[in-house]
Design a protein around this ligand. Structure first.
Ligand code: ATP
Ligand code: MG
Length: 342
């Protein structure tokens, strides 16, 4: 287990020392000022009182005299001023420290993201390039029979496709962040889901089933929405492909399509190993993948869910992840329906 203090760098320690010093010094000087003001008041009071005693006045007369009342009023005002300024200073300092801390946290998040990016990209780029190189070298050096040729070109093509997907995902993620130009149209989401199932079916050994909200199974136009066809299809494809990738030896993946009045729900349910609770919030981060380079059995860049979430949110929808019973994962997206489907 990595100890928490190992993540704190020397610069951070210096920062915390300086901040603690400034806070303690601020509090100490405010306290001293408060005490000194009190002492000054007491000294003036004794001095005035001695004058009154010489004149033969009683203590009660002194305490009611204008000179003393003025002095007391001035003292009270000054004490309030010191306290008020102390509080304002403290609030400003805490706000400033909070901003600096936030900035530092963002910087650390960015560095972590960058590291994730480098780790996944290096691996994802290096291995297909290396195997394409190997195929080309083999083709150059040896005379192959048609069977071997077919096998090698098939494998090289698979790797080229992997590289193509990686570059596409990277470009899409970059465009998403810079403001992607969607082209919205009215479409039947049920048909789109069916098309996505047909596209992904060959990659899964088991069955991919679509359940439609009981009463609506027969009705047309119950899942109409305004969406960008290409990107919304990639949302559904990403979720099905994840289910296939992370629950490969199971016998079914279930898609539930529900009409919940103003919104439609699409659930993609698998029976794989599931996602630990602590990881659920992080899987939507850019380049985030579970486990590390050595333990991972699957290929990927950790961009799929980042892009998926961005697209869903740009369609005024939400995405969430839940545990499936008895095991596995359920991804649920909710999208606004057109009025005719409500
Ligand atoms: P790609 O960019 O090719 O999609 P990826 O699948 O690793 O790569 P995401 O789709 O963003 O990236 O998923 C992020 C991580 O979430 C995955 O690496 C995986 O660990 C976890 N994950 C996603 N879907 C599932 C699932 N259905 N079951 C278990 N784990 C999942
Ligand atoms: Mg994925």
């Amino acid at each position: 287990m990595i100890k928490w203090y190992k993540n704190i760098k020397k610069a951070d320690i210096l920062f915390y020392i300086v901040i603690s010093y400034v806070l303690i010094a601020g509090a100490w000087w405010s306290y001293l000022l408060y005490i000194k003001n009190n002492d000054a008041f007491e000294a003036k009071k004794v001095y005035l009182w001695s004058e009154y005693v010489q004149r033969g006045a009683t203590e009660e007369e002194f305490l009611k005299s204008k000179v003393f009342l003025d002095l007391e009023q001035q003292y009270t005002r000054q004490q309030w001023m010191i306290q008020g300024e102390g509080v304002v200073l403290l609030v400003l300092m805490v706000a400033g420290i909070w901003r600096v801390y936030q900035g530092r946290r963002k910087e650390l998040d960015l560095a972590r993201q960058q590291q994730n990016f480098l780790l996944s990209i290096t691996h994802e780029l290096k291995s297909p390039i290396a195997s394409i190189q190997l195929v080309l070298e083999t083709l150059q050096r040896r005379k192959l029979n048609p069977d071997q040729l077919q096998r090698l070109t098939h494998s090289a093509l698979k790797d080229a496709n992997r590289l193509h997907k990686l570059v596409q995902d990277l470009l899409l993620a970059a465009r998403m962040e810079g403001g992607y130009q969607y082209s919205f149209e009215i479409l039947d989401f049920r048909k789109l889901v069916n098309d996505c199932i047909l596209l992904t079916k060959p990659k899964f050994k088991g069955e991919i089933l679509l359940n439609i909200d009981g009463d609506l199974a027969e009705k047309e136009d119950q899942f109409m929405l305004e969406a960008d066809k290409t990107t919304i299809a990639s949302v559904v494809l990403n979720l099905i492909e994840n289910a296939i990738k992370y629950a490969p030896d199971t016998d079914k993946i279930i898609l539930n399509l529900l009409n919940k009045k103003e919104r439609l729900w699409l659930e993609v349910v698998d029976y794989g190993t599931g996602i630990p609770k602590t990881e659920k919030v992080r899987i939507f981060d850019k380049f985030y993948r579970l486990g590390d380079e050595h333990t991972r059995q699957t290929k990927g860049t950790g961009l799929g869910l980042f892009i998926t979430k961005k697209i869903v949110e740009d369609h005024k929808g939400t995405i969430s992840v839940h545990d499936n019973e008895p095991q596995g994962t359920c991804f649920r997206i909710r999208l606004p329906l057109l009025e005719e489907s409500i």
